[in-house]
Design a protein around this ligand. Structure first.
Ligand SMILES: C[S@@+](CC[C@H](N)C(=O)[O-])C[C@H]1O[C@@H](n2cnc3c(N)ncnc32)[C@H](O)[C@@H]1O
Length: 227
C-alpha cells in the first residue's frame, strides 16, 4: 500500500467540481477490481484522465500496484461506493462511465444493488453531460436483459448492443473477469447507453413544472456554450 499510496485519493469529496483539467476529458470506472482494464485503458488513452472506484480495498491495492508498475500518471483510485458518487463529482463532470462485470445480485429483492438499477442510472445521468455514455459489459444474460430494460425505461438511448462481443475476435480491452469468462467460452454481452434530453436524472422525482424548468435551463446553457 505504501508504495502505491500516491494513486489513492483519500478525501475525494474535496475535489468535487475540480477533477477535470483543461483540454482533458474525465472518465470513471465503477468496480475496477484488480484493475487490468483500468490500467490498459489509462495507458491507451493518455489524453484522458481516469478515476477508478472500488468498494473492496484489497482488490484495489492490486490495481494500484499495476498502475505504479506501469508508471501511469493519468489514473487515480477511490475506495468508495458508487451509491455516493454525487458527493464526489459535480453534474456533467464526467465524459463517460465504465461498468464491467458488476455483481448480478440475482435475487429480485436485491435488484436495487445492481449497478444498473434505476437509482444508479439516475446518479450517472446527473454526472454525465447530454451525450455522455455508459459502457456496460457482463457475462450474465438475465442481468444484461434486465439492464437493457432499465436503461430504456429511464430514457437512455441504446447506441450499441451485442450479446456476443468477441464473436469475430477479441474486441476492445479485456477485464480480469472477462479474460476468465472468455477462457470458459462464455459470450460477453455489451451495451453503450447515451444520456439524452429525456433521460431521467436525480430530478425525476420533482414535480413536472420544476423538472421542465431545469430542462429549459440546461438547453439554454447548452445553446450559450455552443454560440
Ligand atoms: C465481479 S467484480 C469485477 C471486477 C472488474 N470490473 C473486472 O471485470 O474484472 C465487481 C467489482 O465491483 C465492485 N463493486 C460492486 N458494487 C460496487 C459499488 N457499489 N461501488 C464500488 N464498487 C463496487 C466489487 O467490489 C467488485 O470488485
Amino acid at each position: 500500500m505504501e508504495r502505491c499510496k500516491n494513486y489513492l485519493v483519500t478525501e475525494p469529496e474535496t475535489r468535487k467540481g475540480t477533477w477535470k483539467k483543461p483540454g482533458r476529458s474525465l472518465k470513471l470506472e465503477i468496480g475496477c477490481g484488480k484493475g487490468s482494464f483500468t490500467c490498459a485503458l489509462a495507458s491507451a488513452e493518455q489524453e484522458c484522465d481516469l478515476v477508478a472506484i472500488e468498494k473492496v480495498p484489497d482488490a484495489m491495492i492490486l490495481a494500484m500496484e499495476r498502475a505504479q508498475a506501469a508508471k501511469l500518471n493519468n489514473v487515480c483510485f477511490l475506495d468508495y461506493d458508487a451509491a455516493r458518487l454525487r458527493e464526489v463529482f459535480s453534474p456533467g463532470e464526467l465524459e463517460c462511465i465504465y461498468i464491467n462485470f458488476c455483481d448480478p445480485w440475482p435475487k429480485s429483492r436485491d435488484a436495487k444493488f445492481r449497478l444498473t438499477a434505476p437509482a444508479f442510472l439516475r446518479i450517472y445521468a446527473d454526472l454525465l453531460p447530454q451525450g455522455g455514455e455508459v459502457f456496460f459489459k457482463t457475462d450474465n444474460g438475465p442481468l444484461f436483459e434486465w439492464s437493457v430494460e432499465q436503461f430504456k425505461n429511464e430514457g437512455w438511448q441504446i447506441r450499441k448492443l451485442t450479446r456476443d462481443l468477441h464473436a469475430q475476435g477479441i474486441c476492445g480491452i479485456l477485464t480480469d473477469y472477462e479474460r476468465r469468462f472468455l477462457e470458459e467460452g462464455v459470450a460477453i454481452k455489451m451495451l453503450v447507453a447515451r444520456r439524452g434530453m429525456n433521460t431521467l436524472d436525480g430530478r425525476a422525482g420533482e414535480p413536472p413544472r420544476l423538472r421542465n424548468a431545469a430542462l429549459a435551463d440546461a438547453r439554454a446553457n447548452q445553446k450559450q456554450e455552443g454560440s
